[in-house]
Design a protein around this ligand. Structure first.
Ligand SMILES: Nc1ncnc2c1ncn2[C@@H]1O[C@H](COP(=O)(O)OP(=O)(O)OP(=O)(O)O)[C@@H](O)[C@H]1O
Length: 329
């Protein structure tokens, strides 16, 4: 459904008197299959929106090529536009029009008759829980309702591919959860392919079949969330001992567990970090090592206050790949 090769966007801007080149997208390859939901994840300024604008024909690539729904984004842009829906970060509804008529007018721009557009729009209002709001002015809708109306606008012409740019930014947790439910429904009910950008880790994790991570305009990883997390070197094991004088002994026990599991998995050995009574280590598939750790601590007479195991998150993946946390951005 999407195939991009060497896609590049270089902006020319000024910093004071100096001319600067911004390599917003620095040669990316993207493949998205029919019916896939792909999350395009990256920190602020990573190049997500710029990539999306090129794929949706709003911005001509500086270099590289892309086909979307089988058509070239530069030479066949009208064909591409006919087949895609795009829900931009800023939304596409005006303030004054009433919700229903705004959607119908929008659909008619795609060549739909008023009757067909009305039927389709009414169906979508129902699907996205906007029933009863047909005659409401867009400006009088809540943030979540307006965002769902944006999604209706992006879907009314029945595109086979939908681009969603940071669909839940600015929504409260309940409105986010509701929109997630509807995004999942796009594929389930409509068979649509979905390409969504986000800087929310949980959103990418919860919605996507596959995640593509972009940083400084380059793709740094792509895989399922599960596989990406598996690449991170181990689960985080945190142990608290009762007596600070036994922390060094406890660290030895943990260190042995780290080495044993690293031998099995063939992965690099990570150091045990000791901070007073708290110790932490990354241990590959820690659940398998935990019984031995607790047994050894017990037979060495080391009293434990707590043991915690945390599975890697997508943030750990990003940290592993770039040395920075996505959360910091
Ligand atoms: N029209 C422009 N002129 C100059 N620089 C631009 C322009 N548009 C974007 N940039 C720069 O290109 C880089 C990528 O921006 P982009 O908006 O694609 O990032 P993003 O990943 O979508 O970020 P966010 O999550 O904040 O929306 C940033 O450094 C941005 O400042």
């Amino acid at each position: 459904m999407i195939r991009a090769r060497g896609l590049r966007q270089t902006f020319h801007s000024r910093r004071g008197r100096e001319k600067v080149e911004v390599h917003a997208v620095a040669g990316v390859d993207i493949d998205v299959a029919d019916g896939e939901v792909v999350g395009f994840l990256g920190p602020n300024g990573a190049g997500k929106t710029t990539t999306l604008r090129m794929l949706t024909t709003l911005l001509r690539p500086t270099a590289g090529e892309a086909t979307v729904a089988g058509y070239d984004v530069v030479t066949q842009s009208a064909e591409v536009r006919r087949r895609i829906g795009y829900v931009s970060q800023v939304g596409s509804t005006g303030s004054e029009p009433r919700a229903g008529e705004e959607v119908v007018d929008h659909a008619m721009l795609y060549g739909m008759s008023r009757a067909d557009a009305t039927v389709q729009a009414r169906k979508l209002f129902e699907e996205l829980e906007l029933d009863g709001l047909w005659d409401r002015k867009c400006s009088k809708m809540s943030g979540g309702q307006r965002r769902r109306l944006d999604v209706v606008m992006g879907l009314v012409h029945s595109p086979s591919l939908v681009f969603l740019d940071e669909p839940t930014t600015g929504l409260d947790p309940q409105a986010r959860a509701n929109l997630w439910h509807h995004i999942r429904g796009l594929r389930e009910r409509r068979g649509a392919t979905v390409f969504l950008t986000t800087h929310y880790l949980d959103e990418a994790d919860a919605l996507s079949d596959r995640i593509v991570i972009i940083d400084h305009g380059e793709i740094v990883a792509e895989d399922t969330a599960e596989n990406l997390k598996r690449q991170v070197s181990g689960d985080l094991v945190e142990v608290e001992v009762a007596d600070p004088a036994r922390a060094a002994d406890a660290a030895d026990v943990l260190d042995r567990a780290v080495r044993d599991r690293a031998n099995v998995s063939g992965r690099a050995v990570n150091d045990v970090v000791v901070d007073s009574t708290r110790l932490s280590a990354r241990i590959d598939r820690a659940a398998l090592a935990l019984p031995d750790i607790v047994r050894e601590m017990d037979s060495a007479g080391i009293a434990l206050v707590s043991v915690d195991v945390t599975r890697p998150t997508l943030d750990d993946v990003f940290l592993d790949l770039t040395g920075r946390s996505l959360r910091d951005s």
